[in-house]
Design a protein. Sequence first.
Length: 205
Amino acid sequence: MAEEKEDFTKNFTKKINGLFIDPKIFTFKFSCNCAGECCHYGVYTDLKEHDTILRIKDKILPLFDETQTKELDKWFEPPEEDEDFESGVAVGTEVINGKCTFLDKEGLCVLQKLANLEGVHKWKYKPMYCILFPLTIYEGALTIDDEHIERLKSCNTNQNAETSIFDTCREELIYFMGDENFCDLEKYREQYLSEIQTGEKVNAD
Ligand code: SF4
Ligand code: SF4
């Protein structure tokens, strides 16, 4: 993020379920139009998600192909403290052969593949930060992961995109926040957009 850490949430006025909301998510145009370049850099998992993945390793390993490593101690980076994660500790996935350790040669995430094979919710085993991207949680705010979007060559390249990142990520937001909080988010969106229209607020873009 461009702003200094301590300043990042200073202009955010709305909190839902303890999270500040960056209103830019209502106006920033986004279209998801590539084969998954966002998985080439790995992801930060919460310590609990990391533990779950290791617990189900015997189900994951048969889905790995020759481009992935079956050596468990090469799957994750060392843990680090991070208050934006539920347990206060983040663990990054390693990059193997130019892609996240869990991405197969077909460009599929084996964590999602496993869930699909089991017939459970498609995101049951997937780290929350993977589900949320191109949104993210940063310094206690729901915001846009603009740094990562900008460093990717093929992310959001459609100059004529008409859909907001909020609408593009509707399903993900409902999964992350739950129906009730998402309803509050929609109400805030209506209020924010009408304030922009009437000139009470300046577009945050
Ligand atoms: S979020 Fe961006 S990088 Fe990821 S698949 Fe969509 S366009 Fe590609
Ligand atoms: S865990 Fe899966 S979705 Fe997340 S970066 Fe790795 S391959 Fe992609």
